[in-house]
Design a protein around this ligand. Sequence first.
Ligand SMILES: *[C@@H]1O[C@H](CO)[C@@H](O)[C@H](O)[C@H]1NC(C)=O
Ligand SMILES: *[C@@H]1O[C@H](CO)[C@@H](O)[C@H](O)[C@H]1NC(C)=O
Ligand SMILES: *[C@@H]1O[C@H](CO)[C@@H](O)[C@H](O)[C@H]1NC(C)=O
Ligand SMILES: *[C@@H]1O[C@H](CO)[C@@H](O)[C@H](O)[C@H]1NC(C)=O
Ligand SMILES: *[C@@H]1O[C@H](CO)[C@@H](O)[C@H](O)[C@H]1NC(C)=O
Length: 459
Amino acid sequence: MKIFLSIVFLIGLEYAACDTPVNCTYEDIRGEWNFYEGPRTVDKSYDCSTFTNFTTYFKVKLLFPNTAIDQDGNTGYWTLIYNQGFEVVIAGRKYFAFSYFQQNKDKITSLCKHTFVNSSHDIGVDAKNWSCFAGWKNDEPDYSTPSEKHSLKKPILGLNLLYRPNFDFIERINQKQKSWQATHYKFLEKMTIKEIVRMSGGEKSRSFVKPKPARVTPEIDMMAKELPKSFDWRNVDGINYVSPIRNQQSCGSCYAFGSLAMHEARLRIKSNNTLQTIFSTQDIVECSRYSQGCDGGFPYLVAGKYAEDYGIVEESCNPYKGVDGACHTNPKCKRNYATNYRYVGGFYGACNEALMRINLVKNGPIAVSFEVYNDFLNYQGGIYHHTGESDHVNFGFNPFEITNHVVLIVGYGSENGQDYWIVKNSWGTGWGENGFFRIRRGTDECSIESIAVESDIIV
Ligand SMILES: *[C@@H]1O[C@H](CO)[C@@H](O)[C@H](O)[C@H]1NC(C)=O
Ligand SMILES: *[C@@H]1O[C@H](CO)[C@@H](O)[C@H](O)[C@H]1NC(C)=O
Ligand SMILES: *[C@@H]1O[C@H](CO)[C@@H](O)[C@H](O)[C@H]1NC(C)=O
Ligand SMILES: *[C@@H]1O[C@H](CO)[C@@H](O)[C@H](O)[C@H]1NC(C)=O
Ligand SMILES: *[C@@H]1O[C@H](CO)[C@@H](O)[C@H](O)[C@H]1NC(C)=O
């Protein structure tokens, strides 16, 4: 940000009276642009130069000689302004921006595929409804040197963008493979990209290296071969031991939901379904020192260490709000403990698919982390695997680096020769297969077989 601010300062000082040192041509500007726009509520005197709170996004094609077409099919016109920038008039509004450049000592680099953050407003004299906007021509930034990357990225990217339906992306997924189906979810449209990243595990969960599944020893292989071909804790001889699907909303609390769902199911299993407690995820979000509230956490420390050291409480002791805050758990509430927390296999790096099935059948559902790519958000049903497709409309400029989401494995099976896990998610019953999903098994899909965790609830 510092670098960017200093550039703005320089422009202000040196170029405000004349032209900017940028030098962009008609051909540099002609083509398809992505416009990022903030709320249309700023005063015309508002200085957009440090604005980052973009809330909408749309595409505009600037065609030869001067036609503009936006993604909703509106047509308008555009013009280059000398070699300095451009103005587009479309859908009742004007969008003007100077082209972006960077100055390093005396060297000027024009980055014509980008604009500064300038303004947009209604058409007419003394126009209303001003907003800040910026344009990017390509999904990928156009840096000239690595050091420029920093200053270019900052002013443009805003995670406050609202999610937009991307039917083209959904169609690409569905065309590419038949193993699972993608759909658009209306609830995502009410969320910002930032909230969706949180819901998928949170930014802080991104950067850790997952171990490869451990080798399956002959003894383990023998034990796994004894297991039923398919198994589902939602239906063991007609009895369901899995507690109802919940919704974490936009808080990055998946680890709390996954962890407590494991204890809920295991409590049902141990008590022959006589104890159907729902545990408080808000207690974890607000009160656990072993995790980061709505910014994420890990099941080893929550289902495991927190449940052993502090215990967990019933939902009614601190009902879910999905926001961070001071600890509001009623201190009079009974605390339930769990013990013997461990990675499946005994330690970090010892997990594999066979051990997971053995422990699942023997002890009950197990908490796992796996990598969420953006195609997973659109999962409707079938056996998920990452398709390699990416949702550029929503995540193109903020490459949706994979996040680590925590969920609960409740069973396994095979369909048409494809082995799968049955997994409980915490995105409500309207998502996936009534709140559950199935994912490829035996291939460490999205690292789901690398770090499973379990712990034993004390009845
Ligand atoms: C701007 O770029 C054009 C084409 O690349 C070049 O011909 C022209 O001399 C440049 N003008 C300035 C002022 O640098
Ligand atoms: C456009 O953005 C540049 C860089 O932030 C700024 O110097 C300039 O004043 C802005 N112009 C308008 C008209 O908003
Ligand atoms: C960003 O814009 C949204 C929508 O107008 C608004 O609710 C939010 O408060 C803004 N955030 C900042 C930091 O300005
Ligand atoms: C545009 O401005 C007018 C007048 O200030 C206001 O009544 C209207 O709500 C604004 N429209 C939008 C979309 O912000
Ligand atoms: C478990 O519950 C079922 C259904 O209520 C009952 O039929 C069965 O006898 C119970 N088993 C034990 C060991 O209590």
